[in-house]
Design a protein around this ligand. Structure first.
Ligand SMILES: C[S@@+](CC[C@H](N)C(=O)[O-])C[C@H]1O[C@@H](n2cnc3c(N)ncnc32)[C@H](O)[C@@H]1O
Length: 467
């Protein structure tokens, strides 16, 4: 049903995760306003009205917030890649910290004992991984290469990108021409970017076999612009390098004397500068001793596992992707740390207390899950401790463990400290509630890192300890 638009003046009090200003109408209804910032009084054009909330766009301002800046990128507002370029980077970080604190409080009634100093890095040119959509759009005069437009499946007509490194941003227009010159440009839907410290790789997804002429065009482009081409005709397992040998992708963690080789489709953190600082901070907080056994849950290719192995007695890395586990093992060998580590592939979204016991007790845990968090793992820990998650099926499951075998309850020594790295403050706050309210842990410290400047994504870290 079509809704009538109306204009309303509002005071904006906060920002939501999509970087929309949040205010209230005179009757108390929440209104989300695009392009409005906390502290501003704006006239909003309300275009959507639901029972509990409304949304619209700011069209006039009585005052501007001091945090408001001019967006650097000409595509801001249309391109869906960034939502916060109109906010000063320091204010973005403060806003993200507030989201973390609010989630801890609203979802689990928790306050960290200490707030860690936010970690900031370069605001521009930081993003060394990206998935660019490619589309032949005759109406726009050719091929587009870029991110999706905000809230749409159209591809933004972008000519540069300020969050990509300059040399990659400079490739956006040449890539449009290159794809347009291929035999079937409409059958090449995606280019994935993966950069190491000295190599730039592009993975071309193509739905039809490439001709010899196509391959030559790609090779010539690669030489001219110093990029490696990888081809992906089907799923991720089919990715191969175009041409013969080439220098492998790798990134260094110099503080630990470690180099991590990887393939372009492997998971790596998108912002290498922040990653270095993040790994160093995680290790400082973990405080591993030479006698400690550590488990690194969701270890990926060993980004935390190998640095921890330089300090601890032994580290076990557990991860869902068998490919990444194989890479982690290989990386341990290449860094001479194979005697200090072990790896295991398993689905960590399906864990119970018995599974946890099978991995053995550890002095310390590092947990770095995807956005969904580590609920099963945290529940398994609570259950192994004999904790009750009542009133729920998990409670019965936990209690039935010793009863099933008639075996006496075996005590489980929990890790004395857990460092939890998260890309979703809501799932971190939920899991923190379990660890603190059911697992006997204290939330010692937490803080945010600006891994993804100008986007609404929040990377954070929390430390839990048992006394
Ligand atoms: C945020 S990444 C962290 C990886 C690594 N710690 C790093 O810093 O590069 C999350 C990892 O969880 C893994 N993962 C996703 N779902 C999983 C699951 N259900 N069970 C185990 N691992 C999973 C992904 O493959 C990915 O490596």
């Amino acid at each position: 049903m079509e809704q009538r638009e109306r204009l309303e003046w509002l005071q904006i009090n906060s920002l939501d995760l999509e970087a929309r200003g949040v205010g209230r109408s005179e009757n108390g209804k929440v209104i989300f306003v695009a392009n409005a910032l906390p502290g501003e009084r704006v006239q909003a054009k309300i275009s959507r009205s639901k029972r509990n909330w409304e949304s619209g766009t700011a069209v006039a301002w009585a005052n501007l917030a001091s945090s408001r800046v001019t967006p650097k990128c000409p595509h801001f507002g249309v391109c869906g890649g960034c939502s916060m370029q109109h906010v000063d980077p320091a204010a973005q970080l403060a806003f993200k910290q507030r989201i973390l604190e609010d989630d801890f409080w609203h979802l689990s009634r928790l306050k960290p004992q200490t707030l860690l100093r936010p970690i900031a890095g370069p605001s521009w040119g930081y993003r060394t991984r990206a998935r660019l959509t490619v589309r032949l759009v005759v109406k726009k005069g050719g091929v587009l290469v870029g991110f999706h437009e905000k809230g749409s499946s159209y591809v933004a007509d972008m000519r540069s990108c300020a969050i990509l490194p300059q040399r990659v941003s400079d490739l956006v227009l040449p890539l449009r021409d290159l794809i347009a010159s291929l035999s079937r440009p409409e059958r090449a839907p995606q280019i994935e970017l993966a950069m190491g410290d000295s190599v730039t790789a592009l993975v071309l997804r193509h739905l039809e076999p490439l001709t010899d002429a196509d391959r030559q065009l790609l090779r010539d482009f690669g030489v001219a612009h110093q990029v490696q081409w990888w081809l992906q005709p089907k799923g991720p397992d089919t990715v191969t390098l175009l041409g013969g040998d080439a220098e492998p992708l790798r990134y260094a963690l110099p503080e630990f004397g470690i180099t991590m080789p990887f393939r372009p489709t492997d998971f790596t953190q998108v912002n290498p500068q922040i990653n270095r600082v993040m790994v160093a901070r995680a290790l400082r907080l973990l405080k591993a001793q030479a006698t400690d056994r550590v488990i690194d849950w969701f270890c990926g290719l060993g980004n935390f596992t190998l640095p921890i192995a330089t300090q601890a007695r032994k580290v076990l890395g557990v991860e869902g992707s068998a490919t990444l586990v194989a890479r982690a093992l290989d990386n341990a060998l290449q860094n001479g740390l194979q005697d200090k580590v072990a790896f295991s592939a398993r689905n960590l979204f399906e864990m119970n207390a018995a599974d946890l016991r099978a991995y053995g007790e550890a002095d310390l845990w590092l947990v770095d899950p995807p956005r969904d968090g580590a609920l099963a793992l945290c529940k398994a820990l609570v259950q192994a401790l004999g904790g009750k998650l009542a009133p729920s099926a998990e409670h019965l499951e936990a209690e039935s463990l010793p009863l099933e075998t008639n075996a006496p309850w075996v005590p489980f020594t929990p890790p004395r400290r857990i460092v939890y790295v998260s890309c979703n403050p809501a799932t971190l706050a939920r899991d923190a509630g379990l660890l603190v309210h059911h697992g006997g842990y204290t939330l010692r410290a937490a803080g945010v890192m600006n891994m993804f400047p100008h986007t609404a994504h929040v990377e954070s870290m929390a430390v839990f300890e048992r006394d």
